[in-house]
Unconditional design. Sequence first.
Lengths: 125, 153
Amino acid sequence: MMDFAITILIVDDFASMRRIVKGTLKSIGFNNFIEAEDGAIALKMLEKEKVGLIISDWIMPNMNGLEFLKAVKGNAKLKDIPFIMVTAEGQKGNVLEAINAGVNNYIVKPFTPETLQAKLQKVLK
Amino acid sequence: MDVRYINPFIESTIHVIKTMSSVDVKFGKPYLKKDEVAKGDVSGIIGLIGDVKGSISVSFGEECILPIVSKMFGENFSELNDEVKDAVGEISNMISGQARQKLELMGRNLRAAIPIVIMGKNHTISHITKDKIIAIPFMTDNGDFTIEVSFEE
């Protein structure tokens, strides 16, 4: 059973993608979100906010999704937050790199709401 | 330019538009494009580097992109604005990502830059190579859009 009361951090440099991810999460039953345009801004948010799930893009300016993932998984206070990478980068090397850095699940864009829901159930069970 | 690079972009375009907006897309005959004037009113352009160097662009007519973005967001968009511009960047990004997965299976590894989006009537598109530009027209029930692909070995 998923906990719908958690706060989800959505990180993407495209506002349109944040909006689509948020809309999909709302349709599943989540209501608490915070948003960041890149990994550096997201890391600052994590210092202040209690977050139950991170959904992040890969290709972003300043701090990209992989650097952000490594920063989260290398931080004792943050490493247990489930981290899903939602990205257009579906090449094998990218997926392996993210897995090696500790990503909890990986979604290649474009995705359907059903795909996101299935991945959420795996990481939030 | 190796014409085998064209198909991954055609297949990816149809898949991305259909998945994100449920809009059906048909494609026409690819042709050589000889000028830099965009076919549409808003264009996403992405540089690609790796085993080959090139760039792609996706250029939508206003009447074509507004219904697509309206369906993506589940609300009505009646004019080109920053949200539509942003969505075109993300659509370009997804088409590039899907096509690069297919190109990887053909033995070509490519990395993508962050998309640039240009909006306005008669804007121009500059590709990063000086090689031939192949344009592929796509049709929807509400209007047309064009993909341009240019690669050098």
